[in-house]
Design a binder for this molecule. Sequence first.
Ligand SMILES: Cc1cc2nc3c(=O)[nH]c(=O)nc-3n(C[C@H](O)[C@H](O)[C@H](O)COP(=O)(O)OP(=O)(O)OC[C@H]3O[C@@H](n4cnc5c(N)ncnc54)[C@H](O)[C@@H]3O)c2cc1C
Length: 351
Amino acid sequence: MIKCSEAVKELYIMIQYNNHSIKEFHTFHTDARTRLLTILANEKEAQQYLSKPAESTNRLVIGGGSNLLFTRDFEGELIQIDNKGFEIIEEKGLWVWVKVAAGENWNTLVQWAVEHGYGGIENLSYIPGTVGAAPVQNIGAYGVEFKEVFNSLEAIDLADGSKQNFYLQELDFDYRYSIFKGSLKNKFLISSVVVKLARYPKVTLDYGNLKEMAQSMSGKKIPDIVDVRNAVIAIRKTKLPNPDELGNAGSFFKNPIITHEHFDDMAELYHDIVSYPQKGGGVKLPAAWLIEKAGFKGFVSGQAGVHPKHALILINLGKAQGGEIYQLSQLIQQKVMEIFGIPLEPEVIIL
Ligand SMILES: Cc1cc2nc3c(=O)[nH]c(=O)nc-3n(C[C@H](O)[C@H](O)[C@H](O)COP(=O)(O)OP(=O)(O)OC[C@H]3O[C@@H](n4cnc5c(N)ncnc54)[C@H](O)[C@@H]3O)c2cc1C
């Protein structure tokens, strides 16, 4: 059983700031302020705090801020839970169940799992952010989605501090979606998550060039989870900008799903179109392809831009305001709609 910094953790107490800059609390690193910022040390403290009358009715729980765009100052209260640690709660047959504190860094969990030989999340290596946020948008990468390892979570009601458990069937997981982006949006603080990992893992390699990369980097015909993690990290490091160097929030838009008829019309005009037929019907298109075709790859508008290597990533060139990045995102949506008749939906949460 592993518990990180238990002794230290108990020394922490809630920290509150008024009218505080949030530049370092989100990965676009645009300048904005929040009326109130509350950092809660652990679950007990979160329950106590949230059971008291709220200072503001406009409350938002944040993790690492890697999926947020603040277009203006936040006129309310941002709440963060800074609990850490994970523990094995059961290990039986093919599976191990691990309970993880919401404030734990996601990639730290993946690293720990891979080092202990537990599989299922190695393809999700190096995704920024916290464990508590992973279920919110059902994070996904390289052919794997978080929902595949989700068992349950504990959450605290922002309205009265009461605790509630949520299980798989209740979360309505979908592509970059869960109930916490739908009917339960901004209603709960997730305080811990239980993931179910494989003790005898099988690797998932059928996405892009992952298999070739894992094989060539490891020199093995059949790569293991360590090799997959290494390959995913290597690919991500070459493709994605580091938010500490160039503010961004990863993919700005979701990949749209269009009808087969619409796709056939497009395929006649664009022979290089890339597509992924969906089990539930329709065809998924890479939003990056649409944005590039619309001429935006490497496009710059003031201090906001589109990454020159990856058209789906909007960037802060240094001094951008959130509003500037938002305006650029709207221009892209407008052009893609004009050219292809396809609405692009932001994956990033716009505030
Ligand atoms: C370079 C880069 C690459 C990325 N690559 C990927 C990728 O491959 N796949 C992918 O899916 N995403 C990716 N992302 C997006 C981002 O990493 C994920 O969405 C991540 O889960 C966000 O975590 P966070 O802690 O930063 O959450 P935040 O951005 O702070 O919040 C995101 C949402 O979760 C809610 N939330 C956060 N914590 C809690 C909590 N404890 N309780 C309740 N609600 C909470 C917030 O209210 C908000 O709605 C990428 C981002 C960057 C910057």
